[in-house]
Ligand binder design. Sequence first.
Ligand code: PLP
Length: 468
Amino acid sequence: MSYCIELERRYCAHNYEPLPVVLTRAEGVYAWDEHGKRYLDMMSAYSAVSLGHTHPRLLNALQEQARRLAVVSRAFYTDRLGPLAQRACELTGMDLALPMNSGAEAVETALKAARKWAYVVKGVPENRAEIIVCRGNFHGRTIAIVGFSSEPQYRSGFGPFPPGFVLVPYGDAEALQQAVTPYTAAFLVEPIQGEGGIITPPEGYLARCAEICRSRNVLLLCDEVQTGLGRTGKLLACQHERVLPDGLILGKALGGGLLPVSMFLARRAVMEVFEPGDHGSTFGGNPLACAVGLEALNVLVEERLPQRAAELGSYLLEKLRAIDSPVLRAVRGKGLLTGIEIDTRRASTRDLCVALLRQGILTKTRIIRFSALPRRSSSPASRSTGRWSASRACYPQVTESDGSSSANLLHGGIPPDWKPRRRGYYCNRASLPRRGNPVWLRPPPEGLTGSLGVLEKSMGIGLIDELG
Ligand code: PLP
């Protein structure tokens, strides 16, 4: 086992189960491991690297700003926050912006704004405000947010949770209508559920929800941390249905794949409930983050990445739908937020990810996500840096934790020095750490290899060659 893997396993909390690869550098759509093997990055850090790794313009912005002024806190004005907030508001149609760092923090900001708006503006009695959320949601990992998750693992062991959240089925506008009460402050929704499995709601859903919210004086809060900034073929996914929400949450790609940058944007009447001291963040809105965020927005627009995502996305969906494999259960998505669902009776998604890894493709767990990088080869940046011109990336991600063993198909089967131990598992001396569990290998179940072969070939090599 690689020393780096061993170190992580020994000294890091086991809240992730990484694939057995150690990445050491990346550029454009590719990443390289410690042995110099190149991979097509189809994870794109869950869409945080939508603009590609080490984009030259973003690197310039980062370096220039880091030399000038990086972090000073919001105790002072800077020459960077205003321009970012202005650009973000102009592009999204919102009035005011509140910068944060992670997506979850921006969601928490939205929840606080909605509650305070309910008390101060709508007149809901103190401590009675309700926020409606959807089953299958994913908005982050804080206590409040996991408290209204419908995924048992995200909640289990972390209660008690703050009250005031009501779950409704996703994609069912009439259920929203029924759930609204005089105490409802807001409806928080992802235009497409990303972590929930790339679930695209029925056409017209968001527009109908917006209508219901407007007629019942309820705020519509769109979480576009994952769907926003070009990923689905428009700058914002809610623009597919011409919806302008009352509050908008951005993150991930706003940091250009370099820094955590997130933002809650809203209509003036919503955001103005915040007074000095109500809310804040030491790092939120720091000049370094703002310089990168602003350049990320400029790159998105100038390189027409949303349009590119729309074009490549239709192509990708068509190709994925043409795959004839018993392992493939469904193909879903919009733009380059695209996923395939695996029949887990036939193949574990973990095994599939490891198989794709062997072919030089980085993806991970659950519904296999194809989040392509919508980069244009004709852009000025591409022309100026020849290496980028070929970077029309495709970033599939696999998301589905089916609880399968951690190292099933490690590097193509069982190495000769690994000995059978128990219930079909193998291990070797090096896999037995002084503390903790040994690393076990398991040979692929019979029949799996064949099915994977079909998938790997059509989904991996063939398709990627065409896109790349
Ligand atoms: N909201 C959505 C829709 C997300 O997909 C995520 C993360 O995947 C978050 C919020 C949380 O973002 P972060 O991990 O940056 O806290």
